[in-house]
Design a protein around this ligand. Sequence first.
Ligand code: DOR
Ligand code: ZN
Length: 344
Amino acid sequence: MTDTITIRRPDDWHVHLRDGAMLQAVAAFTAKQFGRAIVMPNLSPPVTSAADAAAYRDRIMAALPTGSDFTPLMTCYLTDDTDSDDIAAGHAAGIFTAAKLYPANATTNSAHGVTDVAHIMPVLERMQQIGMPLLVHGEVTDGDIDIFDREAVFIERILEKLIAKLPDLKLVFEHITTEQAVRFVDSAGPNVAATITPHHLLINRNAMLVGGIRPHAYCLPVAKRELHRLALRKAATSGSPKYFLGTDSAPHEIHAKESACGCAGIFNAPYALESYAAVFDEEGALDRLEGFASLHGPKFYGLPVNEATVRLERRENPVPDDIQSGGFKLVPFHAGSALEWQIL
Ligand code: DOR
Ligand code: ZN
């Protein structure tokens, strides 16, 4: 049995670092685990210009503990009014690594998102031309579509058509949750990839609903049936360069989670790599963890891999019921249980 593994320092290709006091409270957890992270732009108001993104990047850098070895990679929040020249200029200036498509009202702070992909076709054409990645929250928002079907319907109604029109667009299907998404990504070209969260690899919808309603297991896209979780585990551990690590760590204040209308998001940053290690261990694929966590993402984004390494050891790693940080009480993923791996 393998009891220690050493891999290149991983990156998180999808994280919510928030702003203000919450940013101060959570930034260190991501910076400790990861060399770089793709930072989501769904602040209020959203990050829609290169100037916003540069200022946000400065606030993130200022929130890091001294001596952190961490680089935030910034994204632009697409709206119906995004201008293709602005996007291209921000990308050329090295401020925007990618742009994020939130369908309007799909999730937290997405009210300013895109109401119809047709409105941003000139932007997407330009992104295809310059090789700038489009990051997609892949859920339809139509009231008549069941919440558990919203990702699968998005593939049929939006993604398949988009890729047919723009076959060379670099596209990351974010936080995939279904076997349909795995099939779509597998059958697309090398310009189409996906991130997978630790929680979608570890829980199915029962975690949210059995024995009581459990708001800390609620996120969007919502966890699906077991068969989907198994498809995601197979994809993540397959060794395919199309799949890479993206935690979607999304902290909310405890009262916003434990509420009559609780916010979507799982705060998994404190134990993220240990969570993924558990999955790869259970699947007998620890030798593929480094590809998923540290190699496939940089390759897709055209960035160098990290030089530093990190060592994980098999040992009991208890997770507290909550974490007090920066004046907030946050409930982490795995709260009150224990992981079998620990970062040394
Ligand atoms: O669970 C989620 N939380 N999914 C998202 O898409 C957004 C995120 C957040 O910002 O809270
Ligand atoms: Zn997210």
